[in-house]
Design a protein around this ligand. Sequence first.
Ligand code: HEM
Length: 389
Amino acid sequence: MSTEMRRFRRDPLTAIEHLRHRARGDVFRLPWGDWCVGDADLARAVLRDPVVNDGMSAFFGALLPSRPAQVAVGRAVRDLVRARVPDFRHGLAAAVAGLPADSAWPEAGIDLVHRAMADLLLHPGTPDATRWSLARAARGGVLIRPPRVWQRARAEVLRGRLLAGVAEQVAERRARAASEPRDVLDAVLGACPDGMADRTVAELFALLFRAIVAPVGCTVAWSVLLACLHTSASPWPWPVDWVVREALRHRPMAWMVVRPAPAGFGDVPVRSGEVLSVSPYLAHHDERLWADPDAFRPDRWAEPSGHGPYLPFGAGRFTCAGASPAQVLITGTVAALADDARLTVTGGDTRPVMADGLVPRPFTLHRRAKEVNDHDRCVAPHLHEPDRP
Ligand code: HEM
C-alpha cells in the first residue's frame, strides 16, 4: 500500500487537504488513480456542466433503463417522504423516548432514524418477517460498510434475506395494487417502469433505504457530536437549524461525488473514461471562499451572505432528489434529542471513518432529562401564554 493510501486510511481529510495544497493545478490525482477537482468554483461548475452530467445518474447504477425513469422514482420517493413528515415526527417521539441515557453512536443515530421511519419504509400491514429483516439489515451493517471482513459477510447475508423478502412483497403488491402509496416500497413500485423484475424493484427499494437512512442518521450523529464538542451550554446557544447546516458543511456525509471525466479536462492530461471526483468537503473548506472554514461555527448561518459553495446534496442535474425532506428529518431528529434534555458526549473525535462517506468515529452520547428549577417553574406558564392583542 502506498504512503499516500496509508495516510488516507488514517486521516482522509488531512490527506486530501495535503494533496490539494501540493497540487500545481486545479485538478490532482487521488492515491487510487482517479482525478479530483481541487478548486471550489471549478467543482461547482463541473457539477453543473451539461456535458459532464449528460445521460443517466450513476446513483441508480444499472437498475433503471432511462433518465426519465430515474427522475420518476426519485420524485415519487421524495414526495412520499415529504408528505409523511408528521408520521416521522410521531415515530421519532417514541424512538427518542426509548433511547438509553448513555447510547453508542453513530449506530444509535442510524437506529433512531430507522425506528422513526420504519412504518414509512414498509407499512405496518407488511408481513412481520419482512419488516424484521429490514430492522436486522439496519443494525447489521447493510447501511454503513462495516470495517471487518466477517461483518461485511454477515451484512451480505442480511441484505440477501432483505431482498428475498421484499421481492416476495413486490409480487404480492403487484397482485393487489394500493390506490395511494402507503410506504417507500409502494412509491418505488408505482414509479418504476412496467415489466421490471420483482428482484430489481427490491434492489431499488434497498438502494433508497440506504440512501435515506444512512446519511440522515450520520448527519444527526455529526450534528450532536460537533455541537456537544463545541459548547457545554444547555440549551445550545444556536438554533438547531444552524447546527445541522454547519454539520453538513463541516462534515458532509457525501464528501466525494464522481463523474466520468471528459477528455483533456482542466490543465491536466485527463483521458476519456477516467473518473473525475468532486469533493463537497474541499469546496466547504476553501479558505478563499469561506471565513475560518476549519472551525465549526453554527453562527455563520446567522449571516444571509458570505458563504462559499455549499454542496452537501451535490448540485446541478443529479442533485439529491430528497434534499429538502432530508433537512427536515435531520433537524427534527436533532431537535427531538436536544429538547428538554442536556446532551454531552465522551470519546468524540472529529476525524471521520471512511465507509461509503464520512462517518463519525464511535462516541457515547449522554442524554439527561433537564431538571425543572425554580426559575423555570416561575417563568414557564408565561412563556406559553398566547400573545395578547
Ligand atoms: C443527509 C441526507 C442526504 C444526503 C447528504 C444526500 C446526498 C446526496 C448526494 C450528494 C446526491 C448526489 C450524488 C451525485 O451527484 O452523484 C444524492 C442523490 C440522491 N438522493 Fe440524496 N442525500 C440525502 C438524503 C436523501 C433522502 C432523504 C432521499 C429521499 C427522500 C434521497 C434521495 C436521493 C436520490 C433519489 C438521489 C439521486 C438523484 C438523481 O440522480 O436523480 N437522498 N443524495
